[in-house]
Design a protein around this ligand. Structure first.
Ligand SMILES: C[S@@+](CC[C@H](N)C(=O)[O-])C[C@H]1O[C@@H](n2cnc3c(N)ncnc32)[C@H](O)[C@@H]1O
Length: 253
């Protein structure tokens, strides 16, 4: 049996790692580093820095796994993701078997927390369902949602109210707020600037926890174009950006 640790590393600042995550880093012999291409090389380097900083066992190895590309605008989203996961699972299976001996312990450093918009767990479930001899353990991490609310110094929920966590794609389809508070991740299309924006505040953050972090907050109709401007500027500076935002209808605290 091969053991795999899915270690949540937080959304950017190595100081976000928990003590449990640091202990888990020191249990693994091999670290699997998924590589999604040149534009995210900085994120791969950050994982390598985390290993260097926190691992005391000098004998650990890192193994890069090239991740196949996914169609960015598929006609059938679910089917395309399913096919993509099947291709990733195949890649994982061969790398895990080649690089990790039976009885060995490997780890994935998962951005933020493994439960939030991350498919590593699903892919390992897929491998287990196919009969692969792996067992996995989850080490929770700080999510981009927590980094966002902490940096803006706001509560996630209003008293007694619910919160929706969604994607830019889903928000765009709804066209408006569907809950008192909505947190939006994975929005490459600046959907905040396209929805019905009356009486809504936005708390936006890019590259949270990193050196080039940017925060903007205000009434959505007043700050949306400013967010678009700084977002585009930051994105063109390094070729990619990670941003998240919280939308809240104005009213009672
Ligand atoms: C694939 S999801 C992964 C979320 C991650 N598992 C977590 O727990 O935060 C990636 C999205 O999370 C958000 N995100 C992650 N890290 C971020 C950061 N440092 N600053 C702003 N947004 C971030 C962005 O919306 C990005 O598109």
């Amino acid at each position: 049996m091969r053991k795999i640790l899915l270690i949540g590393i937080g959304p950017g600042d190595p100081d976000y790692l928990t003590v449990q995550a640091i202990n888990a880093l020191n249990r693994a012999d091999v670290f699997f580093i998924p590589d999604k291409g040149a534009e995210k090389a900085e994120l791969r380097q950050l994982r390598e820095q985390i290993c260097k900083r926190f691992i005391t066992n000098a004998d650990y190895r890192t193994v890069t796994i090239d991740i196949p590309k996914r169609d960015a605008h598929p006609e059938d989203y679910q089917a395309t993701v399913d096919d993509w996961h099947a291709r990733i699972a195949e890649r994982y299976q061969s790398v895990l078997t080649e690089s990790l001996p039976d009885g060995g312990c490997g780890a994935f450093l998962v951005w933020g927390d493994p439960s939030l918009y991350d498919s590593t767990m699903r892919i390992l479930d897929r491998l287990q369902a196919q009969g692969s001899d792996i067992a996995y353990e989850i080490i929770p991490g700080i999510t981009a949602v927590q980094a966002l609310t902490a940096r803006h110094r706001i509560p996630l929920n209003r008293i007694g109210q619910s919160v929706t966590i969604t994607t830019g794609r889903k928000l765009g389809a709804a066209g408006q707020l569907t809950d008192d508070t909505i947190v939006v991740l994975l929005d490459g299309d600046e959907t905040f600037a396209k929805i019905d924006a009356r009486d809504v505040s936005i708390y936006w953050g890019a590259n949270l926890g990193m050196d080039d972090e940017i925060l903007v907050a205000g009434k959505l109709d007043e700050v949306a174009s400013e967010i678009q401007r700084v977002r585009r500027e930051a994105r063109s500076a390094k070729g990619w950006i990670m941003d998240a935002y919280l939308l809240r209808s104005d009213g009672n605290e």
